[in-house]
Design a protein around this ligand. Sequence first.
Ligand SMILES: NC(=O)c1ccc[n+]([C@@H]2O[C@H](COP(=O)([O-])OP(=O)(O)OC[C@H]3O[C@@H](n4cnc5c(N)ncnc54)[C@H](OP(=O)(O)O)[C@@H]3O)[C@@H](O)[C@H]2O)c1
Length: 241
Amino acid sequence: MRVLITGGAKELGRAFSEAVGAQGHQLVITGRDEKALDAVEAELKAQGVDVETHVADLGDPSATPKLIESIGGVDVLVNNGALGGPVGPTWQVDETEWWRTFEVNLRGTASAMNAAIRTMTSGRVINVVSNAGVHRWPYVTAYSVSKAAVIKLTENVAVELKHRPIAVLSYDPGMVDVGLMHRGRTMDSDDPDLRRVSQWAKSQHTRGSFTPVEQSAGLLARIVSGEFDHRSGGLITPEDF
Ligand SMILES: NC(=O)c1ccc[n+]([C@@H]2O[C@H](COP(=O)([O-])OP(=O)(O)OC[C@H]3O[C@@H](n4cnc5c(N)ncnc54)[C@H](OP(=O)(O)O)[C@@H]3O)[C@@H](O)[C@H]2O)c1
């Protein structure tokens, strides 16, 4: 199967790429950072993975759709790329930055999903979401509300696809000690809002609430393989296993 992973060169996306590549799938990885894309391509090729990488900014709603069309479609799309968005009381954070988070996390995800579905006869779209989209996450509302919107978008599109062999699933990877959560829990800042969010992330880590990255990526690889297509529209998370 040809699997496209957005933001698949770094952090959690990279762990997803490694897990999916190890299953023998053909990988297409996107992101904005050309150096990171080149590095992951070289390393995965050295492991025998069939992989190509492309620069595509999710903030440009036509970039990933154009890529999907130009490569003749995909069997599986993993919408992983996202922004953490601004931190602070909602009425105080930069409004442009707040809406930019929606451009990437919601519009970028929706545009890629729509383009992928248009090219699919069968397959699946996996939208990577977060606990922040299920429960309230004050002080990071652009992130929380954009992920909540993706969860609801997934539910709706799954119903629209119920007579076609295409599944659409939300995947909450759990709190993982890479990327956003790692930066969050290890950050050292004088900013009281950043400190508040960091303290919370630290307490979750101390309490043992984090999911090992291998477990999170392993479950994503099982979703990619189609094991959870019968739960189309639903939210899957390692915490349920
Ligand atoms: N880490 C966690 O514990 C955790 C928990 C729950 C959910 N998640 C979700 O898992 C996913 C990955 O999170 P992460 O922790 O790895 O975050 P991260 O370290 O901030 O990485 C974000 C990824 O998204 C890509 N990206 C960001 N903006 C982009 C844009 N405009 N266009 C294209 N790609 C863009 C980045 O690649 P480039 O910089 O190359 O563009 C990078 O690969 C996200 O959807 C996040 O919400 C993570």
